[in-house]
Design a protein around this ligand. Sequence first.
Ligand code: PLP
Length: 396
Amino acid sequence: MISNKMVGLVQNSSVIRAMFEEGKRLASIYGAENVFDFSLGNPSVEPPRAVKDAVIEVINEENANLVHGYMNNSGYEEVREAIAASINKKFATAFGQENIVMTVGAAGGLNVVLKTLLNPGEEVIVFAPFFGEYRNYVSNFDGELVVVSPNTETFQPNLNEFESKITAKTKAVIVNTPNNPTGVVYSEETIKALADILNRRQSELGTSIYLISDEPYRELVYDGIEVPYLTKYYNNTIVGYSYSKSLSLPGERIGYLVIPNEVDDFSEVVAAANVANRILGFVNAPSLIQRVVAKCLDSEVDVSVYNRNRELLYNSLIEYGYTCVKPEGAFYLFIKALGEDDKAFSAAAKEHNILIVPGSSFGCPGYCRIAYCVDYKTIEGSLSGFKKLAEEYLAK
Ligand code: PLP
């Protein structure tokens, strides 16, 4: 018999993954070209050429033991040094290899941080809508997830409610900008206000509240928008980065944490993150791909491909009568569900072979997420279905 906790988790297993399976089923009936699957955030743009070249270079040129062996649980020192230097160049920071822990993607990084920080019953605040896996990651370490309700006008965080939800039990706050599922980038003004609140509440309560910045979409931004680097605004910030989207390598499972010297109990936090990486069973981030990303620090996927998708989908949906905050980053649109019930609306979309994820999965009922990391043709093909769907609802 599996554990009681897992029974519940299996039952509530991700709606998004279930949709992905449904997409494959529909494709086998109607043909892949007639199914418009917007359910999963799986990058559709090829990794940059530099990644392929680096894989070959690393395999051919380096000593096999160095490429495939165990190393420090934080990752190769020279890789961490190269990453720190690249962050410093981009954001005028002053990190060294001692501030970087290589992780198994952002998911691995978040689990390492939460294992490092949480005692049972301690609280982690998130802003709705949020990546649904946060719920599971916090529960992995018997923490309590505290959700701040969405500000559906702008999808910037609701800061008044945030402040009221900080208690003596608050250990961490997770922010994700550019955001999954809204594509919204938190403005510098928002970040400053959030940092002020955290500083104020920390000193009132006499506790340490860590801000975890989950940043897999940092590089995926449009119209030249800047994404503030959060360590510059609040000392107790830990950054979780991933190459899953910036280099289109989600299956390779590679990312890193930045733990600045300024965080409270820096040495203990770094030591604990190392041990967490090991005892969670990751041991270390995959060795070959660590070396590969270190050679590709100036490469990014071609974001113009996603931008073209964004423009077509956003402009068309607005024309058909849908409501949506125009995303400035990531590859998601978060539309208001017609008829208010997101699950019913996503089921109605399926009748047109369009797969979208109800906002309830992100703690924001009444909305649906469209992942536009798909072929342009998929978007073109889906438009008549979206139009008919709107007409059905608007005629009611
Ligand atoms: N955080 C957010 C907000 C995500 O959207 C995802 C993946 O979609 C992750 C974390 C996990 O990313 P990774 O593949 O790097 O583990």
